[in-house]
Design a protein around this ligand. Sequence first.
Ligand code: FES
Length: 297
Amino acid sequence: MSEVFEFTGENLAQAKDFVARYPEGRQRSAVMPLLDLAQRQNGGWLPDGAVGTIAEMLDMAPIRVLEVATFYSMYKRSPVGKHQINVCTTTPCWLRGSDEVVGACRNALGVGIGETTRDGEFTLGEVECLGACVNAPVVQVDDDYYEDVDARSMADIIEALKRGTRPPPGSQTGRQTSAPEGGPLTLTGEAAKPAGKKASKKDDAVEGSEAEASEAEATDAEAGEAVEPETVETEAVEIELETEVEAVETETEATETEATETEATETEATDLEAGETEAVEADDDEAAGDKLRPEKE
Ligand code: FES
């Protein structure tokens, strides 16, 4: 680590502010923002001297700082061009055409991956997922993300940078943030239709369903008003019928009670008569027995 690196006065104040944001004893956590600060000050890459200076500031072994600087693709360890074009080629972006985007960069810049143009303006890189897969393919140009890129739009971006202008970052197809292609769709509101876009069959179907639902509601309301008097009459008839049925049931119960009482009375009378008859017959038997018994001498 031979080169000497020192933060400028302004950047040194910024570095101390970064360190002060972490609790006592945790200052090493500031290693990443300090590496980024040093890289920006040094034209986009980190010399050994910067690694040593940061290690000293954070009381870390230089190898620990170097491990961080070589792990993340955002830190560069060798000189780079004024603009860094990093194409994501991880699976989602690859499936969406990152190979064609890399090809467009090669053609427009005349360099391969990891190389810098002769004029020192551009360095072409290949990186892993940039965390914006929803709008794949994605290309990072310096601090900006260009999304939904294809070969043509990538060539246009590079041409604009060569002219000294920076095209607007974000989706290159007009997609709103990460909404579906063709505009946002919701379940509760009307789907937004991009200007000039004809309503799709799906939109028509949704609108048709809503109109049918409204008509059905209106019909139900009308029907409700029309049948209301009939409903009242029907309820009155039902109440009358219930009352009559209850009266009949009460009469039936009374009749059954009377019948039961009558039966009981008749049974008692019959039993009584039978008892008396048996008693008379017993007397007769006793009299007959007396006659048959021989008289005592
Ligand atoms: S795979 Fe390219 S941004 Fe995630």
